[in-house]
Design a protein around this ligand. Structure first.
Ligand code: ACO
Ligand code: ZN
Length: 164
């Protein structure tokens, strides 16, 4: 798939070092190699990278879970949980995050039967809050002291329908 000077494709095992570097560069929440490999093994279709200028500049990885619907009262649903998404700073505001997130939602629905997507985001993370709002996510819950440093998270969610 093509975008504004970038393309997106599925993650491959030999992308791992590059994705881990981008994660460390962009976010304080970092993970072990085992953690990435385990997510890829279980949910390969929702682990997606964006390439530009001959290299990976952004990624998304998700875990599909059964849990309480964020929209339908006490019913359970399959939820596509965005564990981590990041785009390297020089490549921001070109639609890369939008592209990988929409692809992950589509694949989550088509490959894993997910009917909703959700994530947590720092209450101070305005770029990410704006991105999710533009995509149609709503704030479903404030999680007090969610992060290691004590910051709160917004839990945000969206139904995955044909329009995604
Ligand atoms: N300020 C205001 N609005 C913004 C901003 C910003 N800095 N960034 C994105 N948006 C909104 C805009 O409406 C934008 O559309 P526009 O550029 O036409 O105005 C829209 O979101 C789409 O933006 P994209 O270009 O798709 O987003 P981008 O590729 O720049 O990536 C991201 C956004 C992932 C939040 C990036 O800034 C980043 O990597 N930040 C650091 C890591 C991070 O915070 N990741 C999310 C943590 S939460 C989690 O992982 C579940
Ligand atoms: Zn999470």
């Amino acid at each position: 798939m093509e975008g504004d000077g970038f393309r997106i494709r599925g993650f491959r095992s030999d992308d791992l070092d590059r994705v881990m570097d981008i994660n460390v560069e962009c976010l304080p929440e970092n993970y072990s190699k085992f953690f990435y490999r385990d997510l890829y093994r279980r949910f390969p279709e929702t682990f997606i990278v964006a390439e530009a200028d001959g290299g990976i500049q952004g990624y998304i990885m998700c875990r599909v879970e059964r849990g309480l619907s964020k929209f339908k009262g006490l019913r359970t649903a399959r939820l596509c949980h965005v564990v981590s998404i990041a785009v390297r700073e020089p490549y921001r505001r070109r639609g890369m995050a939008t592209a990988v997130l929409r692809a992950a939602m589509r694949n989550g629905r088509e490959s894993y039967d997910a009917s909703e997507c959700y994530l947590e985001v720092r209450v101070s993370n305005e770029p990410a809050l704006d991105l999710y709002a533009v995509l149609g996510f709503s704030r479903v819950k404030r999680n007090y002291g969610y992060y290691m440093d004590g910051e709160d998270a917004w839990s945000m969610a969206i139904p995955i329908d044909e329009s995604v």
